[in-house]
Design a protein around this ligand. Structure first.
Ligand SMILES: Nc1nc2c(ncn2[C@@H]2O[C@H](COP(=O)(O)OP(=O)(O)OP(=O)(O)O)[C@@H](O)[C@H]2O)c(=O)[nH]1
Ligand SMILES: [Mg+2]
Length: 291
């Protein structure tokens, strides 16, 4: 998401002069500094859709006579979700991993008293905001696989759950324990990397997760679904796929009797769950050991 942002201009200085019959006394104040622009991480935001296409910080006030300096402008602080990366001309300017303020544009300086000099215009630049949630594990799977149900069952999150596809439209985050954060990514369909379905904009969240948790319903052909999801993510970023730990979480175990898992990779860790039977022990143990 792009946003055109302008820092405040520095105020002009005053060149006021007091004339007496003998001399001229310089009596101007300096200009105030223009507002700088900061981004600050917020734990209450989970998407970038509240961001505006334009922002402008206030200008510094001009200096006045009687050596009154112009006031510095207030800085502009833009709140973004934790995990936001701010990019300018391909370069990362801020990597917002906490709720500290990160300077992205410095305001123009105020003019030096009694001169025409020193005041500068605040820069106006285009920034690209990208959200890469940080989580320890992200649930990746087809729509309706049961990702949000799992998140609701094992974390404090309260995502919407329903029996139709694409219930989840934005990623949900949940805290499994003090250290372990889980993300529920909207459903992925074949061609997501080409922007089909909800597209690839959510796949970037996966770059900032430690473990890729593939979530597949026991009622699906598990091996086929797994291969489909892997192919999708390989198209998106095969380096990420090679490097990250992957596990398979099978949901809705209450709905099947037998499960054929023979054609899955031998070294793939498989955890079976059923939210309806309140059976998530294997996943709970795995996550506890991740800490
Ligand atoms: N029987 C059974 N149904 C389940 C289980 N887990 C989830 N469901 C049902 O599956 C449906 C989809 O669940 P969600 O958690 O919304 O699925 P999702 O993967 O988040 O779906 P999207 O947000 O659309 O991608 C709901 O009707 C759930 O009640 C389970 O363990 N057993
Ligand atoms: Mg969901």
């Amino acid at each position: 998401m792009f946003s055109l942002i302008k820092a405040g201009n520095g105020g002009r200085a005053s060149k006021a002069i007091i004339k007496t019959h003998r001399k001229r006394i310089l009596n101007g104040g300096k200009g105030g500094n223009g507002g700088s622009v900061y981004v600050k991480g917020s734990h209450n935001l989970y998407s970038l859709h509240k961001l505006h296409p334009n922002y402008r910080a206030e200008n510094g006030r001009n200096g006045r006579k009687n050596k009154m300096n112009g006031e510095n402008a207030k800085n502009l602080v833009i709140e973004v979700p934790i995990g936001t990366v701010v990019i300018e001309e391909g370069e990362t300017i801020a990597d917002v991993i906490d709720s500290k303020e990160h300077l992205i544009l410095k305001g123009g300086a105020g003019g030096a008293a009694n001169t025409n000099q020193g005041h500068s215009t605040g820069l106006k630049l285009q920034f690209d905001f990208k959200l890469k949630h940080m989580s320890d594990m992200a649930f990746i799977g087809a729509p309706n696989a049961g990702k949000s149900s799992l998140l609701a069952h094992i974390t404090n999150a309260k995502p919407k759950i329903a029996s139709y596809p694409f219930t989840t439209l934005f990623p949900n985050l949940g805290q499994f324990s003090a250290n372990i954060k889980l993300a529920d990514i909207p459903g992925i369909i074949p061609g997501a990397y080409l922007n089909r379905g909800l597209g690839h904009r959510f796949l970037q969240h996966l770059e900032r997760t430690r473990v890729l948790g593939f979530v597949i319903s026991a009622t699906d052909n598990v091996a086929e679904q797994y291969n489909l999801l892997c192919a999708e993510l390989n198209h998106y970023n095969n380096k990420m796929m090679k490097e990250k730990e992957k596990i398979l979480i099978i949901t809705k175990m209450d709905l099947v009797k037998d499960l054929d898992l023979d054609s899955l990779p031998r070294d793939l860790k498989i955890l079976k769950t059923s939210v309806h039977n309140k059976h998530c022990d294997e996943l709970n143990i795995y996550l506890t050991e991740l800490t």
